[in-house]
Design a protein around this ligand. Structure first.
Ligand code: URA
Ligand code: SF4
Length: 209
């Protein structure tokens, strides 16, 4: 089976899933979408109102901002892979509960493994805490890690993780929006390799002095 087929099979399982109580509230489960060979993967929290209606991730107001930010990387939505930690919408957009995350996250784990992106961008607290806990690292919140690069070992593979704020949080908060845009400039440098070029220069200067 090729990667697309494996992703389709995972999506099929999600659409029929009843492993946690959230299935009772959903219109459509939202498995995720994008390029099976994506170099970069974005992980949000859970579907919202519009995502639940359409069965697609990040199609509401936060999605519009995410799409703009992806464009700022010189990429299209079809170039990347976009999904969430939890695949069904929690009622009234409440936070997903630990038992729901525990029930649903094996799907995300499989998606990450199949796609094996070079970079994972976690959007907001939930996906950030989830990936760090998978790597065996306890963090208290997102502000201590956002906008920085981490090499995490998730079970059996290594990946660069760059946490940033959730686009929904940035919609009505100019300070968070600035930070989110700055983080995407940083992500672009990592994508293009400029980040390592700059790092090399810094090392050379340190060695010089
Ligand atoms: N917020 C999320 O975390 N995910 C979506 O898909 C939409 C909004
Ligand atoms: Fe299954 Fe995840 Fe939906 Fe719960 S949220 S029913 S675990 S797909």
């Amino acid at each position: 089976m090729n990667k697309e087929d494996v992703l389709r099979q995972i999506a099929e399982e999600i659409l029929n899933c009843k492993k946690c109580p959230l299935w009772q509230h959903r219109n459509k489960a939202v498995p995720g979408e994008g390029n099976a060979n994506a170099e970069i993967m974005f992980i949000g929290e859970a579907p919202g109102y519009h995502e639940d209606i359409q069965g697609r991730p990040f199609v509401g107001a936060a999605g519009k901002l995410l799409t703009q930010l992806i464009t700022s990387l010189g990429l299209k939505r079809e170039d990347v892979y976009i999904t969430n930690v939890v695949k069904c919408r929690p009622p009234n957009n409440r936070d997903p509960r630990p038992d729901e995350i525990a029930a649903c996250s094996p799907y995300l784990d499989k998606q990450m493994k199949v796609i094996s992106p070079r970079i994972i961008v976690t959007l907001g607290r939930h996906s950030t805490l989830y990936l760090f806990s998978k790597a065996g690292i306890d963090i208290s919140g997102i502000s201590q890690v956002r906008g920085r690069l981490f090499n995490l070992t998730l079970n059996d593979f290594n990946v660069i993780v760059i946490p940033t704020y959730h686009p929904a949080a940035a919609l009505y908060n100019p300070r968070l929006r600035d930070a989110l845009e700055r983080d995407f400039k940083f992500i672009k440098k990592v994508l293009t390799g400029e980040y390592w070029e700059e790092k090399k220069k810094t090392v050379t200067l340190e060695e010089f002095f």
